[in-house]
Design a protein around this ligand. Structure first.
Ligand code: NAP
Length: 310
């Protein structure tokens, strides 16, 4: 089969683009399938200050654009679209994208993770109408308005701090009385006069102003059971992420949270299928670790192809 690709990479965040760069430089002519959220989570981030080599920081979308250009320079091909099916039982593997089936000797999965939601019907109904999972995308709409952020991790505190540029006030709603976020993020938030906290508190409902927009949240203190309404016009949900692995359910080994299990570098439970980035990393989830694991996946794929005589 002459049309069989050496490498298909699903997902185009720092993991996928690094895998593309390395496999392209190894003359393997990789095909990157971008996915629904092309560029991944860095596209909805502002300043990235912890990616080595950028002493003054770099904007997430700029970093992705540079990685894409670098991979393309060595011949990596990009296809816009969403993979709807994979067949990992036959060889070469088959990947269905935009209704077309493409065959490949190796597959690198870098589909990342997506924002978790609280699971409230009112949250779903008001998504995009005051409820958001992306401060950098939507913060601008809340200029001069009171808003809240749910969560107690680095994402919640980073978003809350960022949102103080626009909002009149930011209330962080956290279900416990201690934060999971790093000390430096905590200090930044505690020092910010626009940020206040609702501790030991859960959101029961997002309130609608009768015109399909957010006018508040109904809160419950989990210790006392006391309920109260908080008037806000925007609610940012920042409670972590779910790995994008639905496509591979029943095919590849996953942990109890649905993250792909990798062993000996980037190897999944099927030889020739590799995983990198957040889709297989519930622990570190950094752009730099994603990029590092993308490099590992590329080298693993290259060695596998060699061992198979391709
Ligand atoms: P996270 O660390 O898993 O924190 C999620 C937060 O949401 C926790 O405080 C959790 O509460 C809360 N939560 C989870 N489910 C909830 C629910 N159903 N209802 C209410 N609250 C809920 O996720 P993250 O903040 O997205 O961070 C993920 C990783 O990325 C971390 O390793 C973090 O350090 C990293 N990160 C780094 C930066 C940076 O360095 N600039 C920025 C963002 C993220 P509990 O605490 O009670 O579990």
């Amino acid at each position: 089969m002459s049309s069989v690709r050496n490498v298909i990479i699903i997902g185009s965040g720092p993991a996928g683009l690094t895998a593309a760069l390395y496999t392209a430089r190894a003359n393997l002519s990789p095909l990157i399938i971008e996915g629904l959220e092309a560029g991944g989570q860095l596209m909805i981030t502002t300043a990235v200050e912890n990616f080595p080599g950028f002493a003054d920081g770099v904007q997430g979308p700029d970093l992705i654009a540079a990685m894409r250009t670098q991979a393309a320079r060595f011949g990596a091909e990009t296809k816009q679209g969403h993979v709807t099916a994979v067949d990992l039982e036959s060889r070469p593997f088959a990947v269905t994208v935009n209704g077309e089936v493409v065959h490949t000797h190796t597959l690198i999965i870098s589909t990342g993770a997506s924002a978790k939601l609280l699971g409230l019907p009112s949250e779903r109904k008001l998504m995009g109408h005051g409820v958001s999972t992306c401060a950098t995308c939507d913060g601008f709409f809340f200029r001069g308005k009171p808003i809240a952020v749910v969560g107690g991790g680095d994402s919640a505190l980073e978003e809350a701090t960022f949102l103080t540029r626009f909002a009149s006030s930011v209330t962080i709603i956290h279900r416990r009385d201690t934060l999971r976020a790093s000390k430096i993020m905590q200090d930044k938030a505690f020092d910010n006069p626009k940020i206040s906290f609702e501790w030991d508190t859960e959101v029961l409902e997002v309130l609608d102003n009768g015109q399909g927009a957010v006018c508040g949240v109904k809160l419950r203190n989990v210790r006392t059971g006391m309920e109260k309404d908080l008037e806000i016009e925007g609610l940012f949900v920042a409670i972590g992420h779910t790995p994008n692995t639905a496509l591979f359910k029943g095919m590849l080994d996953m942990d109890t949270n649905g993250y792909l299990v990798t062993r000996h570098g980037s190897k999944t439970s099927i030889p020739g299928v590799f995983a990198c980035g957040d889709v297989q990393d519930p622990t570190y989830r950094q752009a730099i670790t994603a990029a590092g694991s993308g490099c590992m996946a590329a080298l693993d794929a290259e060695r596998f192809l060699e061992s198979q005589g391709h």
